[in-house]
Design a protein around this ligand. Structure first.
Ligand code: PMP
Length: 417
């Protein structure tokens, strides 16, 4: 698809998102460049929420009346659609959680506390989001296991030279598919087979990959995969954990109560089958159904188109931002559209990124500034904070141009260059 057609398609997609039709308080067009934090929601996802609450709101699994059966069907149907989206072997391998963070914690509690002991190792990387670091630190403390790190180089690329040594004694490799700070895509095709050969399981934090590229959990051969609905056009408060059936079956539940049981007596309880064994209490029915609407929407666009569009937009943005080098622009990360998702971290001269973000905000351009929940990475690299722009299906070259104009204004205000 030629660049103009692709950009025109993105503009058509933007028309599906009510918020992108609004203006900021200062009357500016909203240029939303913070989709790595959370994506905007298309009308069909908002409609799915309204439809559920307006027409068939009821608790699931337990009742025989019509609207409850409809709600149960829609909820379990949502699971099946998300399973298909990720190419899981069966819906039972998809557990609904609140978000990526909860999915990772589920594995840490249910699998980690049962299977790890002193002398074992957990291997992660130096560029993880706190959500895929803190649970492993705590697990290591509790079990006596050692936490190890795959290093990243100055560009933010994984260094695999010592992978075999790092895998020796490792029982779990937990890494992000794509970095939320630098965009770096992990070389799973090298890491997953090596981990399995060493007898380790692999958990992939897919918070930044599931929204932005085709993901096939079976082709990747990962054991666990975590993702959040809100970053992929779905609502907040709903996420998934994919796990291979045998692993989920062997794991004990970690939340206890209603819905996750098979039988209960005063003395003892037997647990439900997967995935319900991990879904204690009333589920987030509305958001699961709307998450499936989001997945349908993304499938309608085609995930390969999403990846191609973002790659092209990144190429355009990298060369545009490079024009600001004489004004003190520093871009972090690999700067190779084939090796990153939709994220660019940068700094403009010595202007604090929060000031950059505030000036951009006055122009209607929404970006993020800070440590992006990757404090250890920032410290290792020696960056106190960065500004971060991230793109999605509804962004066009016009949005990159708006970013550029706002950055030039910032440079002028601070007399850079
Ligand atoms: N991992 C990565 C790579 C992320 O980007 C994020 C969200 N910024 C998370 C985990 C956590 O996602 P959530 O807050 O939806 O649980």
């Amino acid at each position: 698809m030629i660049a103009q057609e692709r950009d025109a398609k993105a503009a058509t997609i933007a028309a599906d998102f009510p918020i992108l039709q609004t203006k900021t308080r200062r009357g500016r067009r909203l240029v939303y460049l913070d989709s790595a934090a959370t994506s905007q929601k298309p009308q069909c996802v908002i409609d799915a929420l309204v439809d559920y609450y307006s027409n068939y709101n009821a608790n699931i699994h337990r009742s025989v009346y019509e609207i409850a059966e409809r709600a149960t069907e829609a909820f379990e149907g949502a699971r099946a659609r998300i399973a298909r989206f990720l190419n899981a072997a069966e819906p039972a391998e998809i557990v609904f959680t609140r978000n990526t963070t909860e999915s990772i914690n589920l594995v840490s509690y249910a699998w980690g506390q049962t299977n790890l002991k002193a002398g074992d190792a957990i291997l992660t990387t130096q560029l993880e989001h706190h959500s895929n670091l803190v649970p492993w630190q705590l697990l290591a403390e509790k079990t006596g296991a050692e936490l190890r790190f795959i290093p990243v180089d100055a560009r933010g690329l994984h260094v695999l030279d010592d992978l075999d040594a790092l895998l020796d004694g490792t029982k779990l490799v937990a890494l992000s598919h794509a970095s939320n700070t630098l965009g770096t895509i992990a070389p799973l095709e090298r890491i997953v087979p090596a981990a399995h050969a060493a007898g380790a399981l692999v958990l992939v934090d897919g918070a930044q990959s599931a929204p932005n590229m085709p993901v096939d959990v079976r082709a990747l051969d990962v054991d666990f995969f975590a993702a959040s609905g809100h970053k992929m056009c779905g609502p907040t408060g709903i996420g998934i954990l994919y796990g291979k059936r045998a692993l989920l079956e062997a794991m004990p539940p970690f939340l206890f109560g209603g819905d996750m049981i098979r039988t209960v007596s005063y003395e003892r309880t037997t647990f439900n089958e997967i995935p319900w064994k991990f879904e204690a209490g009333t589920s987030n029915v509305a958001d699961a159904i709307a998450f499936a609407a989001a997945v349908d929407y993304l499938e309608g666009i085609c995930m390969q188109w999403v990846r191609d569009h973002e790659r092209a937009l990144m190429r355009y943005a990298f060369s545009a931002l490079a024009e600001l080098e004489p004004l003190g622009m520093t871009i972090y990360g690999p700067q190779d559209p084939d090796r990153v998702v939709d994220v660019i971290s940068f700094n403009l001269g010595d202007v604090h990124p929060h000031d950059v973000a505030s000036i951009l905000d006055a122009e209607g351009v929404c970006i993020r500034a800070g440590h992006h929940c990757t404090m250890p990475l920032m410290e290792k690299m020696g960056w106190p904070a960065t500004a971060r722009a991230s793109f999605y299906i509804y962004n066009t070259e016009r949005d990159v141009d708006a970013l550029m104009a706002a950055l030039r204004k910032t440079a002028a205000i601070f007399h850079l260059g």
